[in-house]
Design a protein around this ligand. Sequence first.
Ligand code: GLN
Length: 187
Amino acid sequence: MSGRLVGVLALQGGVAEHARMIESLGHRPRLVRRVGDLEGIEALVLPGGESTTLRRLLAAFDLTEAIEDAARRVPTLGTCAGLILLATLGVLDVDVERNAFGPQVDSATTRLPWKGGSVVAAFIRAPRITRVGHGVRVCSTWRGVGRNGSGPAIVGVEQGEGEERILGVSFHPELTGDTTIHRDLLG
Ligand code: GLN
């Protein structure tokens, strides 16, 4: 079988869209609901949703530590609430401000820079990144006006190399049909 086995945290949120995008790139998504589902995965995606709910579900399913471990071990992507989760778990060295661009009605789709190229990004009650640690590279900024002042805000970052690489984005790349971020993660 070809492609990489990609775990997609499937407790809540935009799971199916990520799984479809992973499949469309020739990889194999595996929905993760229990610790055992993480066995053998070669990359990990934490979808958007609602980060408080996600954190509670992680704890209820006894998955918090296992997800932390996996995110340190294989290339990992967190989108929106998934980014918040990576920051809260301390595996991605950033601080975030939740719902930084206003309510759901202020959702927006826009083209953003991504490492010398670009990506079409959907923002839905998105967080912004308010601090990046030393090892964290900024890949994307957006001039969307935040609640606490005007842009540009940091909305996409990368930390680490190789298997330890972590990508965090404020937006939903899986909703626009743009595979840039997933291709970056999965090679
Ligand atoms: N606002 C949500 C939160 O704070 C994230 C929204 C999303 O993932 N689209 O968890």
